[in-house]
Ligand binder design. Structure first.
Ligand code: 5GP
Length: 187
């Protein structure tokens, strides 16, 4: 039985409910939640260092040049990246790691860490996804339009993932993720 933690990558279209799943998963022990760096502005309820490390374009660029990211990508006009070291250290200490990232980043993780368990979170329907993106209320109309277009592209990537979990109920998604981590770790 492996003592190394399991790297779970949770991806899927923006607006599908990934961050709600992550907050629920926080109630489970032995998971490390990666805190990404981003160049986008914080939303009203977001705390620096908790939701994200909010950084300038310059700092983000420096992090890229120093090779500090496990993966990074541009999404709807901002850059997002996963700092590598905390992930590696958590895995080595036996913790499971959850990355909640968009599709281009997920593809990079699969290339560099093929043992990663790739999970695509799918919406119950396209209509529901669209209404979630439109009704979020925190983004400008331009960003909403960009996010809708991206969501359609992202849905097309579902087949690239090891597992597709449909977000009917958050509790069920969390349970599916926990049992995936447990079953992979047991191997
Ligand atoms: P939001 O701006 O709504 O917080 O996130 C936008 C998208 O960026 C979401 O799909 C989220 O999963 C993704 N994201 C967050 N952090 C990272 C990261 O470190 N890398 C990548 N590739 N995507 C990320």
């Amino acid at each position: 039985m492996s003592t190394r933690g399991v790297l779970l990558v949770l991806s899927g279209p923006g607006g599908v409910g990934k961050s709600t799943v992550v907050s629920e998963l926080r109630n489970f022990e032995n998971f490390y939640f990666s805190v990404s760096a981003t160049t986008r502005r914080p939303r009203a309820n977001e705390i620096d260092g908790v939701a994200y490390h909010f950084v300038s374009e310059d700092s983000f660029q420096q992090m890229i040049e120093k090779g500090e990211f496990l993966e990074w990508a541009e999404f709807a006009g901002a850059k997002y990246g996963t700092p590598r070291m905390p992930v590696v250290e958590a895995l080595e200490s036996g913790k499971n790691v959850l990355l909640e990232i968009e599709i281009q980043g997920a593809r990079q993780v699969k290339r560099t860490m093929p043992e990663a368990v790739m999970v695509f979170l799918a919406p119950p329907s396209l209509e529901e996804l669209e209404s979630r993106i439109v009704n979020r209320g925190t983004d400008s109309p331009e960003r909403v339009a960009a996010r809708l277009a991206l969501a359609h592209e992202e849905l097309a990537a579902a087949g690239e993932f090891d597992h597709i979990v449909t977000n009917h109920r958050v509790e069920d998604v969390v349970e599916a993720l926990v049992s995936l981590a447990t079953s992979v770790k047991g191997k």
